[in-house]
Design a protein around this ligand. Sequence first.
Ligand SMILES: Nc1ncnc2c1ncn2[C@@H]1O[C@H](COP(=O)(O)OP(=O)(O)OP(=O)(O)O)[C@@H](O)[C@H]1O
Length: 478
Amino acid sequence: MKVFVRSRPTATFAQELIEILPDGKTVQIHQSKGRRCGGYHAPSSWCFQLDGVLHLLSQEEVYARVGQEVVLGALDGYNGTVLCFGQTGAGKTYTMTGTTESYRQRGIIPRAVEQVFQEVAKRSGHIFSVQLSYLEVYNDTLTDLLSTLAGPQNLAPRGPVPPPGPAPRPGLALMEEPGGRVSIRGLSLHTVQSQEEALDLLFEGELNRIMGAHAMNNHSSRSHCIFTLHIQSRSRSLSGSTFLRSKLSLVDLAGSERLGRTGGAGQTLQEATHINKSLSFLEQTILALADPRRDHVPFRQSKLTHALKHSLGGNCNTVLVANIYGEETHMDETLSTLRFASRMKSVKSQPSINQHVDPALEVKRLQKEVETLRDELSIQNLLVNGGGARYQPLSEAQQAELQDQVQRYLEGSLEAISVVSVRQLQEVFSQFRLVVQEQEQRVKAKLSQTYTLVERGRADDSANPKVRNSKPGSGSVV
Ligand SMILES: Nc1ncnc2c1ncn2[C@@H]1O[C@H](COP(=O)(O)OP(=O)(O)OP(=O)(O)O)[C@@H](O)[C@H]1O
């Protein structure tokens, strides 16, 4: 897995405590004097090796490092996930969605949508279909952020067909299918044809997200959100029945909070408890995934980890952005975010292309192949074993049938002529000869309306040019 660290810009960045090494990939944390970590005597420094430190980089630069490759992979049929993780207020939503105040500050999701549609326009050799869904996990409950827009046709086609009339909004449920695949029953899928349509849905979903204010962020996400693009593509040139289907999941996790610091009470406190609990389950899951001796990974401990089962490792290209707020007062949170990041880095994934076969098209293809093989076999039998059929002339009806086939073949309405005997083969060839002769006659007749046709090699014409006008607007052709 790829892991980056992004620091939120601040005038009071703790540069003595957070050292970014010149390789741009290593962060060293130095202990401040007399400091203890979590009640223990902490070592004097920690070193974290990552894939990149995104310090004071613009949204565009962050996208180029974090998002571009994963999006290209998704268009090639690989599942991809980008996750933002970190303490509250460290810049996860800014990284993932950006701000609506300025177009330049748009985040990974709108840029990924833009790149997907740009690539779709470039790849004219493929037919693409793009659908999206937007899921929220709030207090361990799943919510469809786009359910208000979902017609019954958009709901995942599982379970009994709903009765006509306004669709009741079913609760979402995580379903584990026989092959271990996790799907979310009831989550609406929306087909989008353009970047604009996709962004409209993103903003609609954003409006439905649960946000709250607390001492450290007055616009804090109180839930985990998973925006997913479902991409399907089929080659225009290959008439085969295979197609590619991939999922690009863009995940904005709620931030970990130290309850005393955020000053929450009542609902905010309850939310924070849920957020911290689900993040701690996420850490346990990552720990298990990173440990090759563990054969059980506790994905089902929480809705968040269960929903992310196929987005963490497995056959997916996963990138984590660990957001930190590099001020001295947040050193404990920074340290724990970096620890999470380095655990995530040791999780192995094996990205593989998601190729599928369309069963209906595959049956048609196989039926056609069986027919062709049967025809070839009967010709082979006739050629090898002989047999009376070869010498029997075709009946008039058989000849007419073949003639009709040849005509339709030449017009383009018939893909192949069906031939099962040498006699028929000969008849097809003679039909072709007839067609060519008729064409020749027609061309000659047309030319002689305008030109005088002269035979090549005639003595009195030997000095003639090949085409000679005999009257204005006409000539002769050799
Ligand atoms: N790289 C950055 N550049 C400019 N502003 C930033 C950056 N990162 C974060 N901010 C600003 O910091 C504030 C908090 O960021 P944001 O809401 O993204 O944090 P968060 O990690 O999503 O918090 P929470 O977990 O509480 O939802 C926002 O006003 C955001 O615009």
